[in-house]
Structures are given as C-alpha cells and as structure tokens.
Design a protein around this ligand. Structure first.
Ligand code: BV8
Length: 253
C-alpha cells in the first residue's frame, strides 16, 4: 500500500478495527524500549557474542557452563526490566477486538507480565528450564548456578529455549499454524525477519491475500498490495493504534 506516513496509522487502525481475527507477531524490538538489547541492532547481543557459541545444542553440549553463564546474565538483566507501553497496548487490543492472538519470538516473559492472553512463546521462555535426562520442564529463576541439576532426577538442566538448528515444539507449531490460518490480519512488530520459521509468516499471510501491518524503526522496503509499513518505535505506535481503534469502536456503539 502506498500511503503517506501520517495517513498510514489511521488506515492501520481502521483495518485492525475491522479485523475478525488478528494475529500479532513480536520480536526483540518490542522489548527494546524496556531496556532489553535486541539481537542484531546497534548494540545487539550478536554484536558481542556469536550465536553458534551460545544458542545452539552443540554449544550447550560442548560448554554448558558458558551457555548457562550467558543465560544467567540475560536473566539478571531481564529481571530488572518491566513491560513498556507497547506490551500494555497489545494487551489493550485484546480487550478492544474480538480475537487477538500473540505469537512472540521473545523469551523475556514481558508479554506475560503485561497480562497478554492467547500468547504463544514460540522460542520458549528464559525463566524456564528443561531436564536433559527426564525431560521435565520447570520454572527456573535462579541465576547463581552455571551447572544446575534437575530436582527430580539430578539430570543436567538446560534453558527451555529453542536454539538454532532445533525444531520448535510440535504443539506450538500446530497452534501457530491454526492462528495464522484463521487470521485475516497480522501485525508484525520489532523483528528483523532474520530467523525462520517466524520470518516466513508474513509471506504466508500475503500469499493468502491477507493484510500485514509492520511496525519497525527501520523500513523493510517490502512492497505489496496488502502490506502496510508503520515506521517508528513500537512503544509509540502500539498505544496510538490502540487509542485510534478505541475511538473507532466507541463510534460504532
Ligand atoms: C528450525 C532463542 C527446523 C535464543 C532464537 C541452517 C542450519 C540450521 C537451521 C537453519 C539453517 N538455515 C536456516 C535455519 C533455520 C534457523 C534460522 O532461521 N537461522 C537463521 C539465522 C537463518 N532457524 C532455526 O534453527 C529454528 N528452527 O528452523 O527448525 C530446522 C532444524 C534444523 C535445520 C533446519 C531447520 C529455530 C530458531 C530459533 C532460534 N532461537 N532465540 C535466545 O533468545 O536466547 S532466535 C532469536 O532471533 C531470538 O529469539 C529472536 O527473537 C529471533 C529473531 O530476532 P528478532 O526478534 O527479529 O530480533 P533482531 O534483533 O534480529 O531484530 C530486532 C528488530 O526490531 C529490528 O528489525 C529493529 O529494527 C527493530 N527495532 C528495534 N527497536 C525497535 C524496533 N522496532 C520497533 N520498535 C523499537 N523500539
């Protein structure tokens, strides 16, 4: 859609207000204004660390204590942060619209803290651990141990996170497929679109002639009839979008 920037927010609000089934896909950019570093941005995590050394099953097999050190560092950082206006505005959208699902690539739990429901954490959650022996998953918030063991079987615990080269949980995949299949509109926010399968969801919606609204501080350069780019911070755009949708809905009454 070739719409002037000032008009695009009104257009996006009208499209979302008319949506019968909206899916929102978020990435690290939505947590950036909470003070959590993104992966590929200016001060991104991958600038100082190599993903293959820290976020792969091989990395964990070869040096588990280093991987736990990295996740403990991130857990300590995230524990001091709070949801920002983008997280809360997304939760508001769920009260304003009939059917809003959220798929997040983020593992920081901030959507949970902001009260979002119908939440699919496709890459896991940094505050959960999984036993490599008995497979149990548990909430695990401690950060002082670089080689934690399972309280049930004393097997080695790993972060309950999907690493590069690992399949997503099939139950999660089928939930995502169902949500994407039924959606008439998708808002994709704060993601570089660098990681699959999430990176493929935009094309999936557009191929089925559904509308995709993208919120990002950087223009994607994507051109498509049913694609609308809102350039700016998620923490500014989502609250504005929610306000506009609320006033559209109030006029409908
Ligand atoms: C899979 C957990 C099937 C870690 C993450 C070769 C071998 C093996 C696999 C592959 C291969 N080639 C491709 C693959 C598939 C691979 C992949 O996609 N690799 C990429 C690098 C090419 N994917 C997988 O392995 C997935 N599994 O495909 O299984 C399979 C299996 C084996 C072999 C083949 C296929 C599993 C992927 C999950 C990886 N785990 N996270 C952790 O978090 O500790 S991914 C990691 O990247 C994060 O989860 C993150 O969410 C995700 C994407 O990053 P973004 O969220 O987009 O963040 P980024 O920093 O990149 O961008 C931020 C954006 O926000 C920017 O655009 C910026 O402009 C914007 N922004 C910044 N501030 C703001 C803002 N926008 C708005 N407002 C702001 N204020």
């Amino acid at each position: 859609m070739d719409i002037s920037p000032e008009k695009s927010l009104d257009t996006a609000a009208r499209i979302a207000a008319e949506s019968k089934s909206l899916v929102i896909l978020t990435g690290a950019g939505v947590s950036a204004e909470s003070g959590i570093p993104t992966f590929r941005g200016e001060n991104g995590l991958w600038k100082n660390y190599r993903p293959e050394e820290l976020a792969t099953p091989e990395a964990f097999r070869n040096h588990p204590a280093l991987v736990w050190e990295w996740y403990n560092f991130r857990k300590n950082l995230i524990s001091e942060k709070s949801p920002n206006p983008a997280h809360y505005a997304i939760t508001e959208l769920q009260h304003l619209l009939p059917d809003v699902s959220l798929i997040t690539q983020n593992v920081d739990s901030l959507h949970n803290v902001a009260g979002t429901i119908n939440l699919i954490e496709m890459h896991g959650n940094i505050f959960r651990a999984r036993c490599t022996n008995c497979g149990k998953t548990m909430e695990y918030r401690r950060t002082e141990d670089n080689s934690p063991v399972c309280s049930f079987c004393y097997g080695a615990l790993r972060p309950d996170i999907v690493w590069f080269g690992e399949m997503l949980d099939p139950v999660i995949v089928s939930k995502i497929e169902s949500v994407l299949y039924h959606a008439d509109t998708m808002i994709i926010a704060g993601t570089s679109g660098a990681v699959y399968p999430a990176a493929g969801y935009t094309d999936y919606l557009l191929r089925r002639n559904k509308t995709v609204i993208e919120i990002n501080t950087e223009k994607s350069g994507r051109e498509a009839e049913k694609y609308l780019m809102l350039t700016g911070k998620a923490g500014d755009i989502f609250p504005e979008l929610s306000r506009k949708i609320k006033s559209i809905k109030e006029k409908e009454v």
